[in-house]
Write a protein that binds this ligand. Structure first.
Ligand SMILES: Nc1ncnc2c1ncn2[C@@H]1O[C@H](COP(=O)(O)OP(=O)(O)OP(=O)(O)O)[C@@H](O)[C@H]1O
Ligand SMILES: [Mg+2]
Length: 408
């Protein structure tokens, strides 16, 4: 490749013109369209619940459930945005901190982010919640003290991916926030919206937290394939130049994203990656073949990332399955132990290995079939379900394993 062709790539990127995409922003993860087809009922229910805030009453806490990509985050962001605008028009002091517990990662960071988003950290020094340094109790107290002192401040706190907070840190924060109003003696109050894609999330909560957090509940159902088609068609109008995306491509995209459960995120991701592939091909059409290639690329990227980030022993087990001839459990164990010996690692117990294998099975990286061997009983045959090249590439990056990868 010469300098000119590199320059032309950069020039094209800098000029931002594309034959395919009109507005790339509308295909990004964070983009929330103004219109969310098929979510009118859910939006209205949430808006109704929250609307009493405009009359100065505390809305019920709300718990939203639904599989990934069913529009929970998008709907809540949309409704809250409109509520904030309305609140401002009416001169109501309303704040709607939105935190994602999964990306915040620790309970303390959740509190820090709440303080940031409520503007607490720009105010009085005594109430600030810095990046580190306070106990959880003290951090919560400061946030509540801030609300109390404002006399008439209405807070709707949204905790997205709330299941990840509870899983890692228990439900102390939730307990404190659901009880907060008992402690606030001014007209200020706080309501909570929790969003979760795990339907069993509630079982992990202390009964007291459970009942107050789920004063109201709403379930988001997966989209049907027809609904995904409409969602994609609308997004296509926003994102692409006219006549770029064929309707066959949209239909295939919807069918693929709806295969397990109707996931709008998956559908839009497919469309974005397909567009990127079409752009690299320098064609101005996004066709079915681009959607298929996009699916392969996304799958490969996810499998690669999962494997790359797994523990060395998990990788060794994958390698053992890869090297085994008949996929028989005994043989896999043997190869695994042999790899351990070569790289001077203590092998894990059989029980732990079985556990890891079932995790790999759940992730769709391996599969095990039970095979009947007539009068010799039955045995398990384990196979890798992703391209071997992906496994090898991901394992190659582990310096401990690099040496054994090439040995047959
Ligand atoms: N009804 C809809 N119309 C248009 N776009 C939608 C609709 N529902 C979801 N989307 C889009 O699909 C993507 C995923 O939606 P969202 O993030 O709201 O899903 P979610 O239910 O919060 O998923 P998760 O549980 O994984 O967080 C977003 O890009 C969103 O804009
Ligand atoms: Mg979400």
């Amino acid at each position: 490749m010469n300098d000119d062709s590199l320059d032309s790539i950069f020039d094209k990127a800098a000029s931002g013109t594309s034959l395919v995409v009109k507005d790339r922003r509308t295909l990004t993860i964070d983009y929330v369209p103004d219109r969310l087809p098929f979510r009118d009922e859910e939006s209205k229910t949430i808006a109704h619940t929250l609307s009493i805030i405009l009359k100065g009453s505390r809305p019920s806490n709300l718990l939203l459930f639904g599989k990934p990509g069913t529009g929970k985050t998008a709907v809540v962001k949309n409704v809250l945005h409109r509520l904030s605008v309305k609140g401002e028009e009416l001169g109501i002091e309303l704040t709607v901190p939105f935190v994602n517990a999964k990306s915040a990662n620790t309970a303390y960071k959740v509190l820090h982010e709440i303080a940031e988003k409520m503007g607490i950290n720009k105010g009085e020094k005594k109430l600030q919640v810095h990046f580190t340094g306070l106990s959880m109790g003290e951090a919560t107290d400061r946030i509540l003290e801030f609300i109390q002192r404002r006399k008439k401040l209405y807070v709707i706190l949204v905790i997205d991916e709330i299941d990840s907070l509870v899983e890692k840190n228990g439900d102390d924060i939730l307990y404190n926030f659901t009880r907060a109003n008992e402690r606030i003696s001014t007209e200020s109050f706080i309501s909570l919206i929790g969003i979760s894609n795990s339907l069993t999330f509630k079982d992990k909560l202390d009964p007291r937290v459970r009942s107050s957090l789920s004063e109201e509940e709403l379930v988001f159902n997966p989209y049907t394939i027809e609904q995904l088609q409409r969602i994609l068609a609308e997004r296509t109008l926003l994102a692409f130049n006219e006549d770029v995306v064929s309707s066959a491509a949209i239909n295939l995209c919807a069918a693929m994203a709806g295969r397990e459960h109707g996931d709008a995120r998956k559908a839009i991701d497919l469309l974005r990656v397909a567009a990127e592939i079409a752009e690299i091909e320098r064609t101005n059409k996004v066709e079915e073949k681009h959607i298929r290639l996009a699916q392969e690329k996304i799958e490969k990227d996810t499998n690669y990332e999962v494997l790359r980030n797994s523990t060395t022993h998990t990788k060794m087990i994958m390698l053992a399955v890869l090297k085994s001839r008949n996929g028989n459990t005994g043989e896999v164990y043997e190869i695994y132990s042999d790899i351990c010996r070569r790289i001077e690692q203590e092998p894990l117990t059989q029980r732990r290995i079985t556990q890891i294998m079932s995790e790999l099975d759940q992730l769709g990286l391996i599969t095990s079939d039970v095979i009947s061997q007539g009068r010799y009983g039955r045995s398990q045959k384990i196979r890798i379900t992703v391209p071997h090249s992906t496994v090898k590439e991901a394992l190659k990056e582990d310096s401990i394993l690099a040496g054994v990868l090439s040995i047959d």
